[in-house]
Design a protein around this ligand. Structure first.
Ligand SMILES: *Cc1c(COP(=O)(O)O)cnc(C)c1O
Length: 353
């Protein structure tokens, strides 16, 4: 399939690199392609970024048949443009599509489209330390119909946003509220895929935790409120004694690319990594024994986010005296070094555009 390109006549002014924030600025162009039953995915095009017109009856607006991905492009010191394991995101997008009754995409073609779009807007990739170009592929259901059924038409789109350093003052541990009332996902539900409704459903717990002075929530399993699942929109790891432990992918947990990379990296350092069920009671118990060395979240946005404090049912524990742990720091340095092309990519994880 050809990708047609219509360049903008009015390039925007680039934002100040010192003050980018997350997801507030968008580049000059976007990618769109349509789906219909008779034509399949068709009409692939790069067009000027801008608002779109939709019918108020559009399916996605009512029943949330919508999916997305999140990845980043970096400019290396020697001016290469790098993506980090992008084929993983395309594969996950199709898993999400399957769960949400959305037709599969051609993973290779969509990755080509993303590369072409990033290349056209490459001047937008920020270069200040910690910055990157966030890539947001997403699919929406576009039938004009209020009956509840899978849409027969869709739009796949990609937009780009230059984003700032997640930690302008360096990596900083955050305070976490262990959520005992609301749950993020249940077995048989949609927690293992990136569909919009999961995030809408998580806002309430997040808002109440913020009101209590916490940065994120730690999610427990939806059946027993016993086993740890994720932290905010990140996967979670605990260093207990000399071992790194993370919840196993039991179906209600999102399989993060950063999670997978962290496991592989840490194993390559000769440190034992275990994927298993881990209860919140066990974590508090190990802390009491002095064996809980570190806790941190992993995800594309922050890469590594250390946990400095956990509050569960009114009891609060400090992890590593509220400071960033040595292993978290080491993983952060290595992963971001590989992503930005500043360190040797021993794993073949980066892909040059
Ligand atoms: C996207 C996401 C993650 C992290 O996945 P990465 O591929 O590492 O960015 C973890 N948990 C949830 C709920 C997510 O949506």
């Amino acid at each position: 399939m050809e990708i047609t390109v219509q360049k903008t006549d009015n390039p925007k002014e680039k934002p100040d690199q010192g003050n980018l924030g997350f997801g507030t600025n968008f580049t000059d162009h976007m990618f769109i392609m349509d789906y219909s039953k008779d034509k399949g995915w068709h009409d692939a095009r790069i067009v000027p970024y801008g608002p779109m017109k939709f019918d108020p009856a559009m399916a996605t607006l009512h029943y949330g048949q919508a999916v997305f991905e999140g990845m980043k492009a970096y400019k290396s010191p020697d001016n290469r443009i790098l993506l980090f394991r992008p084929e993983k995101n395309m594969e996950r997008l199709n898993n999400t599509n399957d769960r949400m009754c959305i037709p599969r995409i051609d993973e290779e073609f969509c990755l080509e489209a993303i590369k072409k779009l990033v290349n056209i807007d490459k001047e937008w990739i920020p270069t200040a330390p910690g910055t990157s170009l966030y890539i947001r592929p997403f699919i929406i259901a576009t039938d004009k119909y209020l009956g509840l059924k899978p849409s027969s038409t869709y739009k796949f789109m990609v937009i780009l946003s230059p984003v700032g350093a997640y930690y302008p003052q360096g990596v900083n541990p955050v305070e976490i509220y262990v959520e005992n009332e609301y749950v993020r996902a249940v077995p048989g539900g949609t927690g293992h895929v990136k569909t919009s409704g999961n995030y809408a459903a998580s806002l309430k717990a997040q808002a109440e935790a913020s009101a209590r002075g916490y940065v994120q929530v730690l999610w427990l399993d939806g059946l027993e409120r016993k086993y740890i699942e994720e932290v905010g929109s990140m996967n979670v790891f605990f260093k207990i004694d000399s071992e790194l432990v993370t919840p196993a992918l039991v179906g209600s947990i999102l399989p993060g690319v950063t999670r997978d990379s962290t496991i592989e990296l840490v194993k390559s350092w000769g440190i034992k990594v275990t994927e298993r069920r881990v209860s919140i009671a066990e974590i508090f118990e190990e802390h009491k024994k002095g064996r809980l060395d570190e806790a941190f979240g992993t995800g594309t946005a922050a890469v590594i986010s250390p946990i400095g404090e956990l509050n569960w049912e009114g009891r609060s524990i400090k992890v590593n005296d509220g400071k960033t742990g040595r292993l978290a720091e080491r993983i952060y340095q290595k992963l971001t070094g590989i992503q930005t092309g500043e360190l040797e990519d021993d794993f073949g994880w980066t892909e040059k555009i």
